[in-house]
Ligand binder design. Structure first.
Ligand SMILES: Nc1nc2c(ncn2[C@@H]2O[C@H](COP(=O)(O)OP(=O)(O)O)[C@@H](O)[C@H]2O)c(=O)[nH]1
Ligand SMILES: [Mg+2]
Length: 317
């Protein structure tokens, strides 16, 4: 079990607001009749961006700021889970929280609607990226979830593009795909090849036609994600989720996204061992028994947890 998370609400004032912060200037048309929203129904989309973070002192503040200041076509919340970081990540995160609070205060004074809502949770000890994502998903209040890493390899500009087919009612599950050779930088050819090979293996095992198994950007309805009971607590959760979806016959709608990969010296943590674990996970999920999925199950209401103050973030006063 992951350690009990501590929930840290960034903006107590926004807790009084029943819905997530509204976002101005929706650039996408009003939703059409639902044709593909089989898991979340055809109602308004609210997005929960889930950000697992472990020892990302160089990029966490900018990652949080980028997600929170991006214009979106729907309501958005950001749930950050600091997974027991041992570097200056908590300090940087606390600064980002204060910066967000100040931005929201200016918006309030100027009579502008509130922006995206920010929530920060912390694991007392490092439990793994998968465990952090599960913690974030458990408290998410959106109709859809989207993992977004804190390492700036992906761009927030792509989030509205991922949302668009969902808002239009075309589909419910959208993956951002990194197209080798277009809008991408891979620091290592081995990584790029490893991804191609594991993607090929997944396609053969599940009779699918994905182009990027390991994309971080997996937009999934909350109702669907909550029927997924992962075994993995580390990086393998990414693979396990996709394999579970494919095994249930779900075929993500792929949208091209940009990617600026980092190297190990820049903080990349995944290694070839994770590639081997990925192949094991694919095989295990392919031949596992699967209870049938429930469609359009209402999103469970998440109880409001008591709110420690911003000053409780370790390393701040
Ligand atoms: N919660 C948690 N997040 C992690 C851990 N290791 C890496 N991450 C986060 O996962 C994201 C990176 O994942 P990914 O891009 O798949 O791996 P990487 O770029 O090779 O390190 C970043 O936001 C990291 O901070 C971990 O042990 N726990
Ligand atoms: Mg990364």
């Amino acid at each position: 079990m992951p350690p009990e998370p501590v929930l840290l609400e960034a903006l107590d004032a926004l807790d009084a607001v029943p819905e997530l912060g509204a976002v101005p200037d929706a650039p996408v048309d009003a939703p059409r009749a639902c044709t593909g929203r089989v898991f979340s129904g055809g109602g308004p989309v609210r997005l929960s961006v889930l950000m697992p973070v472990f020892d990302e002192e160089r990029t966490i503040a900018e990652s949080v700021r980028a997600v929170l200041t991006q214009p979106y076509p729907c309501e958005v919340e950001l749930v950050v889970v600091d997974d027991g970081s041992t570097d200056r990540t908590p300090v940087e995160l606390a600064a980002a929280v204060r910066e967000h609070a100040a931005r929201e205060e200016v918006a309030r004074v100027e009579g502008r609607p509130p922006g995206a809502h920010l929530r920060v949770l912390t694991h007392a000890r490092n439990a793994g990226k998968g465990a952090a994502l599960s913690t974030a998903a458990a408290v998410a209040r959106g109709t859809h979830l989207l993992p977004f890493d804190a390492d700036l390899e992906y761009s927030v500009d792509d989030i509205p593009r991922l949302l668009e087919p969902v808002i239009r009612g075309r589909c419910d599950v959208v993956y951002g795909t990194r197209l080798f050779g277009a809008n991408t930088v891979y620091h290592s050819y081995h990584y790029a090849l490893g991804n191609k090979f594991t993607t090929f293996a997944a396609n053969v095992l599940f009779n699918a036609a994905l182009t990027d198994l390991h994309t971080c950007l997996k937009l999934v309805p909350t109702t669907l994600f909550r029927q997924f009971t992962p075994r993995s607590r580390g990086f393998a959760l990414d693979t396990e989720l996709t394999a579970w979806l494919l095994g249930h016959g779900v075929r993500p709608f792929e949208v091209p996204v940009s990617y600026y990969g980092r190297s190990h010296s820049m903080g990349k943590k995944i290694t070839w061992r994770d590639g081997v674990a990925c192949l094991r996970t694919l095989g295990r999920v392919r031949f596992a028994r699967r209870p049938p999925l429930v469609l359009e199950r209402p999103v469970s209401v998440v109880p409001v947890v008591p709110t420690p103050r911003v000053a409780d973030v370790p390393g701040t006063s």
